[in-house]
Design a protein around this ligand. Sequence first.
Ligand code: C2E
Ligand code: CA
Ligand code: CA
Length: 763
Amino acid sequence: MRHTFSLVFLLMAIALAACACLALRSRRVIGKYVAQTVAALIPPVIGNMIIIASGTKAQSTLGCYIYFIGMDLVMLALTGFTLEYCQLPKLRAKYLTAVRALLAVDAVQLLLNPLFGHAFDTEPIPVDGFAYYRLVPRLGQTFHRVVDYGILATVIVIFIYKLIHTPRIYAERYGIILAAILAGLVWETYYIFSRTPIDRSMVSFGVFGLLVFYFSIYYRPVRLLDSMLANIASEMPEAMFFLDVSGHCVWANRPGQQLAELGEGEFDDATARLRAMFDISLESLDEWSVQRQVAAEDGVRHYMLQKHALSDDRGRLLGAFLSVRDDTQEHQALQREKYNATHDRLTGLYNREYLYERIRQMIDARRDARWLVAFIDVKDFKLVNDIFGTAFGDYAIRAIGAWIARTLPEGSVYGRLAGDTFGACVPEDAFDEAALEASLSRFVVADGAVAHSILIHIGVYAVTEPELEVSVMLDRAHLALSTIETEYQKHIAWYDDTMRRRILWAQQITAELPDALSEGQIRPYLQPIVDGGGRPVGAEALVRWNHPEKGFLSPAAFIPVFEENGMIAQVDRHMWRQACAILAEWQRLGRDQFISVNISPKDFYFMDVAAEIRGAARDCGVSPARLRLEITETVMMTDMENRIKILESLRSEGFQIEMDDFGSGYSSLNLLKDMPVDVIKIDMRFLSRSEHETKARRILNNVMRMSEDIGIVSLVEGVETREQYGMLSDMRCRLFQGYFFARPMPPAEFEARWLDDLRTEEE
Ligand code: C2E
Ligand code: CA
Ligand code: CA
């Protein structure tokens, strides 16, 4: 019996020592306190072991000392542990000091027992025929008990307090320790009062030590975890359903219960409801995620469903959970964002980028269909803004957008390209040009008091090359607009390929002009002008472009382009200076011919014509009388008074003015009398085009007679035949020019053929 207990106590001491080591090594704060408490339990156990095993009074007494002092250590450590375990750090400092003091006093008085014998003694009693020394308590022993029980009582009070004041889930960890303490206490107390020889209650020390160790270091409150997780799941905004392996719903959080319209705690119907709502199968355990749209009272709702399989630590399937997220708001936000990115704020129509994309899609989807791409432009929209204000301007743009949406046939796409321009793509067979023209002819935007008729032009490109970029198609439609820019009656213009070629040509030669001028590609040709006797009196300078790649270009190929963009001024300035250079040379050689140069009406917009002419003549030292200036009637059509002044001043300086292409425009003989003109040039070709030749001849005759009357010389150009020459001579025409005499030619040839001939003749 003794030996059995000794062995049990020894093993207990070893086990406690091992736990103390493990606790010390644990990284948790409580580890240190646990280690102290568990280790403190060892001396009482050892003390008891000695008492049980000893055969002498001295040995038993030693055992008693170890036991008592050990108990003081247990109380000290237990107090520290309790304060930490019950999380009462505030109490620690003062309380611990008091406990330490009490225990110190107790230890000292116990250790003084050998001197005074006031604490205890031992007396032998026979157990199993063996002397066992039983404790005989004295006053000091009572003090010791009061101290230890007192401390233990406070510990118990603390645990009871925690037990009552913490959530049920946590009570467990306090309750178990408390129970162990109480059990030990009762057992120990029973031993003390029963005075049985062997202190069996020591076993409770071991148990207590192990419980403290386990609950402080290793124990995880599973129920706590469970309820925490369930709480989290409940608080989740998305609906969650937990399914067992057969797909049966075992639990759903609150949003889940609401979504599937489940009653409190009734999860049985969930699976069927979910299947009906979202058309999903939950029986299998595979994982998936799907999106679903469900019609609801407030419109379509969008859901994101995800199913996850759940397995335990060893990978065995436990079931699954399904989460259902209501994405409707995100979806709507996304839709809004997409709408804003693809639509124009003001009109609500597609914006440029999205229109391009839609037109591309439409054309690509039906390549065999015939499409029209239209560019819609508001004429002089700036004026609308200026006159009526931007608020009305915006209103007008919205009205035009609405008109487009209303008027274009079904199957069209349209959008706003920029400010006052719109684009569209229309199926050709649905396009009703006449109806559109009619609608545009009375287009009025009215905003209460303000009504303004607005001119809208539409350029149309019939898509012949569907692989072209949409921007290029719209560019082509835009190009077509240029042909009706100044028109008020016609609103729709069609693009054709000559238009594109013309524009490309214009762009190319415009870019090439500066080099062409400086490199001498652009040169004058001279066409002789002869008198009644066929003798040359001068020449007209006609421009030629000897293009390095395209060869010889006639003025018709480039003059209209440069008249359009104003670069004609550069060409003419160059021609005038070239003519003056030739004249200077003739002057030097004593040749008495003049040169007529052409002045484009556009020149007056881009330069000071008089100053340029004057400068060219002066710089070359050419007498003004040798330079004749050919203007057309159109020069007089704008800013007439000013133009007359310019011409008059040039005339007064000695330059002669010729009215070119007389009769081809609107000019009347009446007008002629006010014009500062020395010569009128009548083009045979205009007259010979007329069907009534006799009538034409009469007109010609009269014009010449009349011009003679008012002192203006007449010159007929375009003389191609001997008959014409003869007839004109009969009409007393003074000067002639035409293929009958010579074609325009390079100056060197002209000089060789016409001036040297003359010299020979004169000689
Ligand atoms: P234009 O001023 O009326 O010039 C006369 C045009 O008639 C010239 O054509 C000339 O070659 C052509 N011609 C002369 N005699 C006959 C004939 O008997 N029969 C026919 N069928 N044609 C004849 P070109 O040189 O092609 O010039 C065409 C037009 O280009 C000129 O008409 C003029 O308006 C313009 N132009 C020519 N050179 C210049 C220039 O340096 N500056 C400006 N601004 N315009 C120029
Ligand atoms: Ca001319
Ligand atoms: Ca002419």
